[in-house]
Write a protein that binds this ligand. Structure first.
Ligand SMILES: Cc1cc2nc3c(=O)[nH]c(=O)nc-3n(C[C@H](O)[C@H](O)[C@H](O)COP(=O)(O)O)c2cc1C
Length: 452
């Protein structure tokens, strides 16, 4: 695209105090000096403050700023508490993300605050039509607001409304100066123009208008998609929430997002993910300040691990088969039940969890009794650790199923692995990448779980 090497930016001052009684376009045209008329291809930049005032978007109860912000907000994106109070970044009903919903007490009558125009693109289209009609020229119009930026200090003006102008210049696929195709280069030209205009419209200068000349190639016949099209769709936004809000949501969802997953892809689970989950597991509370948890990790893609896994599962299956036959189950039923354990044979990773009573459980003189209570207390701590493990696995993006089988053949497991009798199995956890997205968990009210 050819551009002129020089652009001109003229500030158009007026000491008029705008109200809803004003004809904004008349005020703009009247403010032009005889040497500075509006020309074909000009871009007229107008601060949203005067557009809003002319549209009657002034709230007189300045002390009701918070409710004014809330009324303009679709959702709170981020909050930051600081010495001067709380900064709230919100998404407005028109999709803009900005501090305090753009509700502003600067350059307004004392005791009043100004909201943003309801639909700045709509306002820009109306202003453009009127300028073209009254001045007989073809122009683009940009309505601006002064915004902060994530990652960078300082504010700049941005286009929040636009008509008759290319707002995004998509250079993707076009050659750079060396002939290489540009990748994903979309220039926000409307924002660049808005920022340039702010250089001639200082905040204390009563200069609500600017004319940008020399960018006629960006002025379009149609009103075009407007500044709304500059807003990044939320689903494409890597930073759709502030840091504190994202952390809070992550904490809240870490527990409820864990689901039992019984079907995995063949994707390998990296050992680092398992180590991370074990490190989360062993932060669980346990009696007597002990750390009684032990884990056997067997990966499918390690032939020695897999051999050990299958041998253990075969031994467990034999015990299970004997138990089922002793119960009088038919061969068909026995086969069906045994097949349910297949997930542990094929899952990309299986972690067998144990609790070691020898790591600090107290013993009592009587048989059973308090010794059983002590064992149960350690088993409860085992459950806490496995739940931590499952939550960590889930928060790392993997799925898991906690399978009870080792609990029902503890002796077999210990004998097969050569483990001391103090080691109590806590079940086996199958882990992998879920084959499909688990269904949403139905909400459960605490009321249904309370004893009278
Ligand atoms: C101690 C324990 C043992 C479990 N054993 C099995 C099992 O042997 N087979 C199985 O399919 N699921 C087993 N589960 C998983 C539960 O059935 C599962 O948590 C339940 O379906 C709820 O689903 P959710 O985890 O998605 O909330 C076990 C869960 C726990 C806590």
């Amino acid at each position: 695209m050819k551009t002129s090497a020089v652009i001109q930016v003229f500030g158009i001052p007026t000491d008029h105090q705008f109200t809803s009684q004003d004809d904004l376009v008349a005020m703009f045209l009247d403010s032009l000096s005889s040497t500075n008329t509006v020309r074909n291809g000009d871009i007229i930049v107008i601060t949203s403050k005067v557009v809003a005032k002319c549209e009657g978007r002034v709230v007189t109860e300045a002390n009701d700023r918070e409710s004014a912000i809330r009324s303009q907000a679709k959702r709170v994106v981020a909050t930051k508490v600081h010495d001067r109070g709380v900064t709230t970044i919100v998404e407005t009903h028109s999709g803009l993300i900005l501090a305090a919903a753009g509700v502003d007490a600067s350059n307004t009558e004392p005791g009043t605050i100004v909201l943003l125009p309801v639909d700045s693109d709509h306002s820009a289209r109306g202003i453009r039509e009127q300028i073209e009609e009254r001045a007989g020229v073809s122009v683009g119009v940009i309505i601006t607001d002064t915004l902060g930026r994530a990652w960078r200090l300082g504010v700049t003006d941005h286009a929040i409304g636009a008509a008759g102008i290319t707002v995004l210049d998509d250079l993707t696929g076009k050659p750079d100066a060396f002939g290489r195709a540009l990748e994903m280069t979309i220039v926000a030209v409307a924002d660049e123009i808005a920022a340039a205009s702010e250089l001639v419209r200082p905040k204390d200068s009563l200069t609500p208008f600017a004319i940008v000349r020399g960018l006629g190639h960006l002025v379009t016949q149609e009103h075009g998609p407007g500044a709304r099209s500059i807003i990044r769709p939320t689903e494409e936004d890597l930073f759709a929430l502030g840091t504190a809000e994202a952390i809070a949501l992550g904490k809240e969802r870490a527990i409820t997002d864990r689901r039992t997953i019984r079907s995995f892809t063949h994707v390998v689970v990296p050992d680092g993910a398992i180590q991370t989950a074990i490190e989360a597991a062993v932060t669980a509370p346990a009696p007597h300040h002990t750390t009684p948890w032990r884990f056997l990790v067997l990966h499918f893609n390690d032939p020695q691990h897999q051999q050990k896994r299958i041998a253990l599962l075969d031994a467990m299956a034999l015990t299970w088969q004997r138990d089922l036959e002793a119960e009088g189950k038919s061969q068909d039923e026995v086969s069906k039940r045994l097949a349910r354990g297949d997930i542990l044979r094929t899952a990309p990773c299986v972690v067998f969890a144990f609790m070691d009573l020898a790591s600090g459980a107290h013993t009592y003189p009587e048989a059973g009794g308090r010794n059983n209570s002590e064992r149960d207390m350690f088993l409860v701590a085992g459950g806490a650790a496995v739940e931590n493990f499952l939550i960590s696995i889930s928060s790392q993006g993997y799925g898991s199923a906690w399978i009870s089988s080792t609990l029902f053949c503890a002796e077999t497991v210990r004998n097969h692995l050569g483990l001391h009798s103090s080691l109590l199995p806590l079940g086996a956890v199958a882990i992998g990448v879920p084959e499909s997205i688990p269904s949403q968990r139905p909400p459960k009210s605490a009321a249904g779980f309370l004893l009278d």
